[in-house]
Design a protein around this ligand. Structure first.
Ligand code: NAD
Length: 280
């Protein structure tokens, strides 16, 4: 029988730092780690929302460290990790999760928008890992980065995000290779569409969501809790022999070639019998 979500205690007493924890995937991940016994260091640009969210975690003050941080500022990310380790007595897991989108072609986005996307989505991961490595060496800990299927393949009109997330995936692989001998594992998840403010902000028209869901073999976007399940798995001892992996969590979107769904199109036209009749 499958254990109910969060009934395990894989992180009892472990210190876990998470960026972008006030909303969506980061908040669900914090909730899941807390349910499994972790002590948490959380940061977000939105300090007020982070504080309001953290109240619901019901952690003792000694088990919780909160900080308002703009991860676009590398020094601030490093300071967050240092302060978290000092406040909670070390670090076992770092989840680099904060991220932003950026729409536009190469000749449409401004250099400032390009730089901002790189700073938040990619550079912050570099700075977070840099600061965490000495602590993770001591704990033989783990890094989990939130990349994206948009780092594996290209999306129309999303070049800066595609490039930044591709960087996160290969940075993760490099960390895995360079720091395996230190006893540190590094992995990332590659979510497809997830029902968080980041995605729903672009779904003002229900038809857009319907078009997205038509592309997903499992028929719906993912939930933040499903991403948290993948992140906590990769951070846990259950994944002790997994490092350098980009775990796709996308309901099957990237299992497809991207060709038209002839199966659906034929069936909608009631052509399936003719197609089947031609089979040997
Ligand atoms: N939602 C999706 O469909 C989807 C798909 C693939 C990958 N992702 C990735 O998942 C991660 C989490 O996104 P989400 O979907 O939960 O979105 P979200 O908007 O719900 O949460 C993102 C959080 O990051 C914080 N943040 C943004 N910029 C920041 C900054 N400069 N400094 C500190 N914090 C900052 C926001 O305040 C917010 O709380 C991101 O890295 C995103 O790229 C999301």
């Amino acid at each position: 029988m499958t254990e109910p979500l969060g009934s395990m205690r894989r992180f009892a007493g472990k210190v876990v730092a998470i960026t972008g924890a006030a909303s969506g995937i980061g908040a669900a991940t914090a909730t899941r780690f807390a349910a499994e016994g972790a002590r948490l260091a959380l940061c977000d640009l939105a300090g007020d929302r982070l504080a309001a969210f953290a109240e619901g975690l019901a952690l003792a003050p000694a088990d919780l460290f909160l900080k308002a941080v703009d991860v676009a500022d590398g020094a601030a990310v490093e300071a967050f990790v240092e302060a978290a380790a000092a406040a909670l007595g070390g670090l076992d897991v770092l989840v680099n999760n904060a991220g932003i989108g950026c729409f536009g072609h190469v000749d449409e986005i401004t250099p400032e928008a390009w730089r901002k996307t790189m700073a938040v989505d990619l550079d912050a991961v570099f700075f977070g890992c840099r600061a965490a490595l000495p602590h993770l060496r001591r704990s033989r800990g783990a890094i989990v980065n939130t990349a994206s299927i948009s780092g594996q393949l290209a999306d129309a009109g999303l070049v800066a995000y595609n490039v930044a997330k591709a960087g996160v995936i290969n940075l993760t692989r490099n960390l895995a290779v360079d720091h395996a001998a230190d006893g540190i594992r590094a992995n990332c998840i590659c979510p497809g569409g997830v029902g968080t403010p980041m995605l729903t902000a672009h779904m003002r028209d229900a038809a857009i969501m319907a078009e997205y869901e038509r592309l997903v073999p499992l028929g719906r976007v993912g939930t933040p809790e499903e991403m948290a399940a993948a992140i906590t798995f990769l951070a846990s001892a259950d994944a002790a022999y997994i490092t350098g992996v980009a775990l796709t969590v996308d309901g099957g979107v990237t299992a497809q070639t991207g060709q038209p769904n002839f199966d659906r199109l034929y069936r909608e036209r009631d052509w399936d019998k003719k197609i089947l009749a031609r089979k040997p």
